[in-house]
Design a protein. Sequence first.
Length: 355
Amino acid sequence: MPGDDDDDDAPSRAATTHVSDLQGWSRILRSQRRPLLTHLNGDTTWLLQIPYPPAVAAPRGRSHFNVLLDPWLQGPQSDVAWWFSTQWHVVPPGVATMAKLDEALREVEGGALVEAHEGSYVDVVAISHEFTDHCHRATLEELPKGTPVFATDVAAQLIRSWNHFDKVFSIPGLCAGIPWTKLPVGPLPDWLGIGSVITEGDALYYHSALLIAFDTNFRPGKDPSSSSSSPASAEAIIYSPHGIKSQDLAGVPSCGVRTLALLHGLHDVRIWMMKQLNLGALNGIKAVGASGARYWVATHDEVKTGGGFIAPLLMRTQYTLKEAVRHQHERLQDQGKAPRYEYLELGSGDGVMLV
């Protein structure tokens, strides 16, 4: 069964660290040229550190390109109005502020000065959609104005209206059969792209996903269709905090990437008689199978303190992986479609090397 320690066929456990252990963080970052994924809070704020390809000149004092996903560290988040819906974190964040995150990144990179983005070690921010638990103005405005922000359309319009960031880019959609190498836009390097996988008719990008594609074997001047950018070397992290239907991920391999990790929650969350919010673990099993992900990483499952009109209408089914497996995995296995993956749950501040 995926995720069980006694399954000899399951992938080996990945190395982990914590943001409070700067020496351990630095050591794991340098242990091998693989992405490091860190859960910065108990909910759905992530830091993805991708090693620069050896053939690419990295900025002075840098070894990794840092992508920050949906940052919300402290304070409340409210949508529509405070009386409609307001939530607070229950689990303290792994780092208290963006300044503390930058100090930590500077330390783990060896303390050297940086050359870009007003001295920040956050290279880009990616925002999945405009709801304020994903697009949290107070946290985002702690970042320097020069930090490039990539966001889905409505979120990008909202962020531009704040007049804080100098560079805000709308995330392009990635359709089946379109090479991921079309994604690098704006300040993104040629070996890295950020796109979106969208469910048709999902105007709010609720049940959609961000796709961070990268090729750590990239060689400048090589034909993108050559082996340097083949599916064997180009990888993707798929981030779907509310879940995405499995059929919408079926075309990802045709874009020239293999999925390293799918970030998808376990909890089924809905508003009574109104709307499905988080699709939960039963959908997650199908989605991880369709994506072919090596890792399934849980996200957006923090049970927050809430108030306002919506709070008493929220309904949550808190699945564990084993419960989800009992519902779906045996049926998929009987059909010969049981996915193989390693399941990971990371606490606030925990990091894992994706090998």
